[in-house]
Design a protein around this ligand. Structure first.
Ligand SMILES: NC(=O)c1ccc[n+]([C@@H]2O[C@H](COP(=O)([O-])OP(=O)(O)OC[C@H]3O[C@@H](n4cnc5c(N)ncnc54)[C@H](O)[C@@H]3O)[C@@H](O)[C@H]2O)c1
Length: 354
């Protein structure tokens, strides 16, 4: 049976992947996005190219230029249509940006999420609700784990931490950044709607999410932005930790596979870490070296010794809970495969502009 799917943040990286996936599977998809990424990050964050791409490539997709902070408009949409699945990806997504716009950040991330949860409770309580959260809910607490330093990266020093950060890692008494705090508020409310009201809410705490549909900017979109800079010949800035800070990278395609696994067998109020795990982890130095090998060119970069406030020195998502609840889920895109795809996509985009 065809579903009616609502995707928020539908012109962004994860939202657009969700639109393409559910549209391709024959479902009706309504996308909500007000292109606020361009307000946050300027022209480079503009997602309208991605919306145009979706309009051309989909057959059951309609777009609403709607702000998730606008409760009236959102509730009107929920009155008009009954959704079976809500994939909530709209956000102010940047750690660093939040300090300049604390009120907007909180309104979009926390209040916008509650608006959607409450609309779901009132108008379609049977729906599955996927909430995209972040590993920044753990703040900088992962930095307290003993680390070892190799030539190119930091890593966990103790074997018991080798699998990375699990969902029972503490989320308070830690420096989150304002973004991490607003997303933690949203994460807790989403869990609460699952546990208290029994809604079929799943909370996914993302590591580094990536793919060619990202409108990558310096303040958000690690690999996409790095490849963009490498291909265009601009200069990349590495902030602190000698460039040895480690992120785990997951392709947007695999993110949607995790959502879909949850949709098919939802567990109300559950939380899952969702990143590339150890196999798809790299430091910034390692990412630069891999991109240089792919492009055959040296990348220009400079070092700023000030690390980003609250930045993780080594973050690897422990995927064991997700894999044990959903044994069919596995990563399908390797780090090298992801980088290759990003280099090809960026080279094409640049060629189209010139
Ligand atoms: N990309 C990552 O590395 C990463 C990592 C961890 C968690 N996340 C989370 O995943 C989710 C999706 O991230 P993404 O990378 O796709 O971000 P993105 O910025 O590419 O997409 C978000 C979309 O939401 C839209 N939006 C913002 N505010 C809105 C509002 N008030 N009303 C309607 N639309 C609005 C933006 O215009 C944008 O198109 C976010 O919740 C983010 O915090 C992302």
């Amino acid at each position: 049976m065809g579903m009616n799917v609502l995707v928020t943040g539908s012109s962004g990286l994860i939202g657009s992947e969700a639109v393409a996936f559910y549209d391709g599977a024959g479902h009706e998809v309504v996308g909500v996005d007000n292109n606020m990424r361009a307000v946050f990050f300027g022209p480079r964050g503009d997602t309208s190219w991605n919306l145009e791409r979706l309009k051309k490539s989909t057959s059951h997709f309609s777009h609403r230029h709607l702000d998730i902070r606008d409760r009236e408009a959102l509730f009107a949409l929920f009155r008009e249509q009954r959704f079976d699945l809500i994939v909530h990806c709209a956000a102010q997504p940047s750690h660093d940006k939040a300090k300049d716009i604390p009120l907007q950040d909180f309104e979009v991330n926390a209040l916008g999420t509650v608006n959607l949860l409450e609309a779901t409770r009132q108008f379609c309580p049977e729906a599955v609700f996927v909430h995209m959260s972040t590993n920044k809910v753990y703040g900088d607490a992962p930095n307290e784990l003993p680390l070892e330093e190799t030539e190119t990266r930091y890593d966990y020093a103790r074997p018991e931490h080798a699998h990375g950060i699990a969902e029972d890692f503490r989320i308070d008494r830690t420096l989150h950044s304002l973004f991490g705090a607003s997303k933690t508020a949203a994460d807790i409310m989403a869990q609460e709607y699952g546990r208290y009201f029994g809604l079929k809410v799943g909370v996914f705490r993302g590591g580094c999410l990536t793919g060619p549909s990202h409108s990558g900017v310096e303040l958000h979109g690690f690999l996409n932005y790095l490849v963009k800079v490498a291909v265009s010949g601009e200069t990349y800035t590495v902030f602190g930790y000698k460039g040895k800070q480690v992120r785990d990278n997951i392709h947007s395609h695999d993110v949607i596979q995790a959502f879909e696994a949850f949709r098919q067998a939802p567990r109300p109020g559950e939380v899952y870490n969702l990143g590339g795990g150890r196999e798809n982890s790299c430091s910034i130095l390692e990412a630069i070296a891999r991109v240089e090998a792919l492009t055959g060119r040296r990348m220009k970069w400079r070092y700023d010794e000030h690390n980003r406030v609250g930045d993780h020195i080594c973050y690897i998502s422990d995927l064991r809970k997700l894999k044990s609840h959903y044994p069919g889920f596995a990563l399908t895109r390797s780090l090298d495969g992801i980088l290759q795809e990003l280099v090809v996509a960026e080279s094409r985009r640049l060629a189209a502009l010139s």
